[in-house]
Design a protein around this ligand. Structure first.
Ligand code: SAM
Length: 282
């Protein structure tokens, strides 16, 4: 990461590439027991949150990620009621989950309370649903929280974490997926941000394999744009204990809430695999 004149650049480890935004002001900074959080104002992307030198959230492009980390799985599960979000401290994923009327409870378990406090101050538009009576915000390690979760108590687990290093490393393991499998009901689903198909293809392959080894019978890769993340091409893996149910296309086409990226056609397109991903078995 370099702060060259008025630019914040995230150099993408080992990729010989970087992403930079022109900065107009540094607004805040905190070193927590878990990570280093910085907040900037930018010339064209609104506010910017950096965690440990990595682009995390911008006002301009976070909708792509938050909509695609939630609506494809919520319109695939037959009747999602009880949702766990691990990570998601900026609260944008929680906001999208709670747009679904079927949701009865949504727990958000983020290891670092400071991420949420910073989001409340600098990204209030992502925190609009934090006071929804169905929501509960907890500040714990998701790796440990899921170990204590009651068997069969969840319909959907969304892992909206940082990269598989540091505090999030344990969220990308077969042991963690086994704990998720146990906590999910019979028709339970798991969706996890799975980095860049262009830069991290081996990680995606390993994640699919670890989920299958942990007992998930089915798993598919979702693709979507995310300009401020490495390569600008991001993904999520959607897995199910049984085979993934049929997409509830009519429900998606007649959804009662607004989105800016997600729709039924995007849903289907996101599950279409490019040739190199198909060859990799994604
Ligand atoms: N959209 C981002 C991405 O794809 O990299 C993720 C955004 S969200 C801010 C990532 C969150 O994961 C952070 O708030 C961080 O505190 C949280 N996190 C990392 N490791 C965790 C763990 N073991 N348990 C719970 N939350 C964790």
């Amino acid at each position: 990461m370099t702060l060259d004149k008025n630019w914040f650049s995230e150099e993408q480890a080992g990729m010989g590439s970087a992403f930079s935004l022109k900065i107009t002001a540094k607004l805040d900074e905190v070193q927590t027991p878990f990570q280093h959080i910085e907040i900037y104002d930018t010339e064209t992307y609104g506010k910017l949150m950096i965690i440990d030198g990595c682009y995390m959230v911008t006002s301009r492009d976070n909708f792509l990620y938050h909509e695609m980390m939630t609506h494809p799985s919520l319109f695939t599960h037959a009747n999602p009621k009880r949702v766990l979000i691990i990570g998601g401290g900026d609260c944008g994923t929680l906001k999208e989950v709670l747009k679904h009327d079927s949701i009865e409870r949504a727990w958000q378990v983020d290891i670092d309370e400071q991420v949420t406090r910073m989001a409340e101050k600098y990204f209030p538009e992502l925190c609009e649903s934090n006071d929804d009576p169905r929501a509960e915000l907890l500040f714990e390690d998701g790796v440990k929280w899921i170990q204590d979760a009651e068997a069969g108590s969840l319909d959907l687990i969304i892992v909206d974490s940082t990269d598989p290093v540091g505090p999030a490393e344990g969220l990308f393991t077969e042991a963690f997926y086994r704990d998720c499998h146990r906590a999910l009901g019979a028709n339970g689903m798991l969706v996890q941000q799975s980095e860049s198909p262009l830069y991290h293809l081996q990680l995606l392959k390993d994640m699919h394999q670890a989920m299958r080894n942990a007992g998930f019978a089915d798993s598919k890769t979702l693709h979507y744009p995310q300009p401020s993340y490495p390569s600008g091409w991001w993904s999520a893996i959607m897995a199910a204990k049984q085979s993934l149910p049929a997409f509830r296309e009519d429900d998606a086409r007649n959804k009662s809430f607004k989105t800016r990226y997600y729709n039924a056609d995007i849903h289907k397109a996101a599950l279409t695999q490019p040739e190199f991903c198909r060859e990799a078995g994604l």
